[in-house]
Write a protein that binds this ligand. Structure first.
Ligand code: FCB
Length: 404
């Protein structure tokens, strides 16, 4: 199939600070690691804090033209109101390095992790949350000049779910620490639904910083929503609408008036009268226990376009946890077909950023490998996988495809 993508399309890969940097010791996630059975520690992660230049070089040499990465609140503001100039300078060096390598930087301000002090203060449920987040972003804007795309909060719907789980945050030993499921957990346990009250706080926080970032930097500002590509079992259309609102649409509606929205899609999920159906165990399931559904991206993009009322889209995450890289290539190739079809139908999509650049710390587990690049965790040696060259080749032809 010939597929066409708009001129200037962004082709890249995504990461998040806590998952790749290492030693994010002032964060709440770090404090929770190891607390739940079977949970791994992030430790040095893949030391991208020191090796970001090498990582960017690999992406650029392969042919990609964009890199989505995050800046870490817990590093920038290690104590309330105390802003680290050195950490701001570090992230500015990353932005400059991205440009130097020909990668358009897409910068995320908040990717799941909070400073530990913020969590102790009550986190997103504490009365100070919006003010604290605004103050952090205010400081961060000092280094964001010239960054064309800024994502405020990553997956606010998943963040709301995690916050619901640990709502007893005031007592750090109570409540459950959230961790990403693995295939051993199949069928995946039902996730507790995110509380819309928490969602509304996150929307308020997002809107508060959206205007600030726009005014200070001129960046296009949006947030990135986890899309579960729900599909209704016959007769369960109403149930799907109800759950779809709680899981996604509230957050998609919160993106109306934004400059863009990030679509993050991995799999699709059935909804029946009993709720969201867990993915049953299946040999094709990914290493996070998800059904293999490259078509989910098309569903996600179309749904997002419809609910936001036509907000411009960047695919900020799409990927597969697998140890079989040929399968990763097949997954991306098929997902891109579905994306191209949506674009041909008139949906305004500006980029595809694959999750993830590197195998990384998948929120409690080292097992699920999503990377285009493998990392030897003792030496930190990077080993690009064939999928990196493949996606880079696709980028060079603006999506026309590379030989599989
Ligand atoms: C998303 C997260 C990202 C990563 C992928 C697999 O929910 O944004 O950090 O864990 O899933």
């Amino acid at each position: 199939m010939t597929r066409t993508f708009p001129a200037g399309f962004l082709w890249g890969a995504s990461t998040a600070p806590h998952q790749i940097e290492g030693n994010n010791t002032n964060s709440d996630f770090w404090a929770n690691e190891g607390r739940m059975p079977g949970m791994d520690f992030s430790g040095d992660a893949v030391d991208s804090y020191h090796r970001f230049e090498e990582d960017m070089e690999l992406l650029a040499e392969a042919g990609l033209n964009a890199y989505r990465f995050g800046i870490e609140w817990a590093r920038i503001e290690p104590r309330p109101g105390q802003i680290s100039k050195a950490e701001l300078a570090h992230y500015r060096r990353m932005i400059d390095a991205a440009w130097r390598h020909g990668l358009t930087p897409v910068v995320t301000l908040h990717h799941f992790t909070n400073p530990k002090w913020f969590a102790d203060e009550g986190g997103w449920l504490g009365g100070t949350a919006v003010r604290r987040f605004h103050a952090y972003v205010d400081a961060a804007t000092q280094i964001l000049e010239g960054v064309p795309w800024v994502c405020t909060i990553n997956e606010p719907n998943m963040l709301a779910m995690m916050t619901s789980m640990s709502r007893t945050a005031a007592d750090p030993d109570a409540g459950e620490a959230w961790q990403s499921p693995t295939v051993e957990d199949s069928p995946r346990p039902q996730l507790p639904a995110p509380d819309p009250e928490i969602g509304r706080i996150l929307i308020e926080a997002h809107h508060a910083v959206r205007d600030l970032v726009r005014q200070r930097t001129g960046a296009a500002v949006g947030w990135t929503v986890a899309n579960r590509a729900f599909q209704a079992r016959p007769g369960s259309e109403e149930k799907m609408k109800e759950l779809g609102y709680i899981w996604e649409d509230l957050y998609l509606e919160g993106a109306r008036g934004d400059d863009f929205i990030g679509v993050q899609s991995y799999s699709s999920q059935w909804v029946s009268e009993s709720g969201v159906e867990p993915h049953p165990p299946h040999p094709d399931n990914t290493l996070t226990g998800n059904a293999y559904r490259p078509d989910a991206l098309g569903i996600a993009v179309r749904h997002t376009w419809e609910v936001t009322g036509g907000v411009q889209i960047l695919v900020t995450e799409n990927g597969i946890a697998t140890s079989d890289d040929a399968r990763r290539i097949a997954y991306i190739d098929e997902a891109l077909d579905h994306l191209a079809e949506a674009i041909a139908d008139g949906i305004d999509v500006r980029g595809y950023l694959h999750w993830s650049a590197l195998d990384n710390y998948e929120w409690g587990h080292w097992g699920p490998t999503f990377g285009l690049i493998a990392v030897e965790r003792e030496t930190f040696q990077r080993r690009p996988k064939p999928s990196l060259a493949w996606l880079g080749g696709t980028a060079r032809t603006n999506g026309a495809g590379a030989a599989r």
